[in-house]
Design a protein around this ligand. Structure first.
Ligand code: ZN
Length: 170
């Protein structure tokens, strides 16, 4: 069972939330679970949305917390989550998005076994927030996870904190 931590506790069951943002094109059940959680977090009054609204110090031209929360809550065309297989087995990449293709996200199938549901939720929210126009800097260090990016950029704020906003019990 998945429980979102918030003002009101939501028990998330398959189908409780209409698929609004994500389509599982991988056929993988962990990705399916992660999508349900991500959809649940992207609802008004979830712990995640409340945390974003109350955060005053986002950088990277993101706007203020309530602006970011409403951007994230706004309904948008469905994004497909697809598998790809990295060329190199030792590639560290979990996945990627292309800035010119807002309808697809690509998850490295080599990584799926090692990833927890929480990791996948964090990845989904991070990459999806990029597709919504949030960023954490460009240039050579764009993918380097600095403390500044983790604390003050929307993509890393989501992926670094996601495990605080829901619990999974068996
Ligand atoms: Zn990123």
């Amino acid at each position: 069972m998945v429980t979102l931590i918030g003002k009101t506790q939501h028990d998330i069951k398959r189908g409780e939330f209409m698929a609004q943002r994500f389509y599982n094109n991988t056929g993988n059940s962990k990705v399916g679970e992660a999508i349900i959680i991500a959809e649940g977090l992207l609802t008004p009054n979830s712990k995640m949305i409340e945390a974003i609204k109350n955060k005053k110090d986002f950088k990277y031209d993101s706007g203020n917390g309530s602006h970011i929360a409403s951007e994230l809550l706004e309904a948008r065309p469905i994004v497909r989550i697809n598998f790809y297989r990295s060329k190199w087995p030792w590639s560290a990449a979990i996945g990627y998005v292309n800035s010119n293709d807002s309808k697809n996200m690509y998850l490295n199938s080599r990584k799926i076994e090692a990833l927890t549901i929480s990791d996948i939720v964090g990845w989904v929210l991070h990459e999806w927030s990029h597709l919504q126009g949030f960023h954490h800097g460009t240039g050579r260090t764009a993918n380097y996870k600095t403390e500044d990016k983790c604390l003050y950029s929307v993509p890393y704020y989501l992926s670094e904190n996601v495990s605080k906003w829901f619990t999974i019990s068996k």
